[in-house]
Design a protein around this ligand. Sequence first.
Ligand code: NAG
Ligand code: NAG
Length: 259
Amino acid sequence: MRRGLVIFLIINALIIVFLVRSVFTLLTLLVEDGSADAIHSAEIPPPNSPRIDDRPQLIPKIIHQTYVNDTVPERWREAQKSCVDLHEDYEYKLWTDAKSRELIATEYPWFLSTFDNYSQPIQRADAIRYFVLSHYGGIYIDLDDGCNRRLDPLLSYPAWVRRTNPTGISNDAMGSVPHHPFFTLVIESLIPYNRNWKLPYITVMYSTGPLFLSVIWQEYKRGRPSSTIAGSSVLGGRKCTRLGWQCSGESKDTDGGRI
Ligand SMILES: *[C@@H]1O[C@H](CO)[C@@H](O)[C@H](O)[C@H]1NC(C)=O
Ligand SMILES: *[C@@H]1O[C@H](CO)[C@@H](O)[C@H](O)[C@H]1NC(C)=O
């Protein structure tokens, strides 16, 4: 009887250890506020500052956005135009479904069956943004976000993402040099994380969406001492508002936001 109890307890303990291990990265997100990696407002020169020209521009001047086809709906055209008009010297790439699939088919054929097989179109829209950032570099911005100042100051970091409250990072605006190791890890993690969690919302969040990206961000940082963290800088939501980047997702009553 005693022996049975001990075995029962050991098995339970093993199950708990296994569960904690498998959700460990998720748990670390609870205590992660990203402050160690934050780009501080003092670091970012104000608009039109000569300091912008002093700093090395690492990220190529490319803006990436995604939509089903070339016919962007009326309600997003103004936001789209605000980014295009402010950045005449940037290349602008609108990734339609057809162009997205073509890029995956020609450059990343190992991913094509997964890409085609995603049950939700938003999973393809999430995945393609990681691939284009890894492939070309540049800045990805959600189509419903707009720009109210130039993105130049953000070109001086090898890669950046936006922090979300209370924890984690978002995939609605991101910048990177081509082949940054963070985005390499992100695209390599898409297949292992492609699991069906039955609930579509959870499946999307954790296979390709912000929760997936946050977990990969944690994994990426784990293998690196903090001295190399500049490669994964996080732009704090509140800080970018103060500088004139009014970030989306901060206010529930607006559809999008401005970067
Ligand atoms: C573009 O996609 C939208 C949304 O799916 C659709 O309503 C529209 O007809 C498409 N336009 C063209 C030209 O295919
Ligand atoms: C595609 O999805 C089906 C069912 O959702 C699954 O059985 C199959 O293994 C998937 N194929 C690939 C290549 O992911």
